[in-house]
Design a protein around this ligand. Structure first.
Ligand SMILES: CC(C)(COP(=O)(O)OP(=O)(O)OC[C@H]1O[C@@H](n2cnc3c(N)ncnc32)[C@H](O)[C@@H]1OP(=O)(O)O)[C@@H](O)C(=O)NCCC(=O)NCCS
Length: 162
């Protein structure tokens, strides 16, 4: 467990784990984690499309190994968290919280009004993390996610700065 994992930009680090910008050279490692982390992983082309000025892509690494990543799109005044994922081997040790704190601080520093996200209603782990960092539910999107042959609802959550 990482203690004191609140970020203090730039390059927040805790116990040898640091946050830096994700770069295109990380993509093969990202895709490994993505396939392990999500029931419906993004294709590599979707990540490649995110290397744009209005996106922020963050990597958590330790000794050169990618432990997790987050993808945030800046849409007018909203920082939209599109993806956050931690290697199964590194979960439960504070890496997700480190990344989340980092991207929240970055969004605040970039004068965003809020961080907003969707999360599967069944994703209790992620929901517990978001609630503990001050996110509140602001709505639901029915059938937002594919789920086998059916669909699953999303909770829409946000943390406001203003
Ligand atoms: C959600 C995710 C990013 C969390 O990353 P993580 O590094 O494991 O999280 P942390 O170790 O920082 O834990 C933060 C909080 O998450 C919750 N959590 C973590 N592991 C948990 C577990 N096994 N059971 C229940 N809650 C858990 C807890 O609230 C925890 O806080 P605590 O340690 O103070 O109790 C990670 O589980 C993951 O990559 N999941 C697959 C991808 C995904 O679902 N992404 C979110 C899409 S919206």
């Amino acid at each position: 467990m990482i203690s004191g994992s609140r970020s203090s930009l730039p390059g927040a680090s805790a116990h040898g784990i640091r946050v830096r910008s994700l770069v295109p050279e990380d993509l093969s490692y990202v895709m490994e984690l993505e396939r392990q982390g999500h029931p419906h992983p993004w294709p590599e082309s979707t990540f490649a499309d995110c290397f744009r000025p209005d996106y922020r892509l963050w990597a958590a690494e330790s000794n050169g190994a990618l432990l997790g990543y987050a993808v945030v799109a800046y849409m007018v005044d909203d920082a939209h968290l599109l993806n956050i994922c931690v290697s199964p081997d590194a979960r439960g040790q504070g890496v997700g919280r480190l990344l989340l704190n980092y991207l929240i601080d970055a969004a605040r520093n970039d004068s965003m009004d809020q961080v907003i996200l969707e999360v599967r209603v069944s994703n209790y782990r992620a929901i517990a993390l978001y609630l503990s960092e001050g996110f509140v539910e602001i709505g639901r999107r029915a059938g937002y996610y594919p789920d086998g042959a059916g669909r699953e609802d999303a909770r829409v959550m946000a943390v406001r700065f203003t």
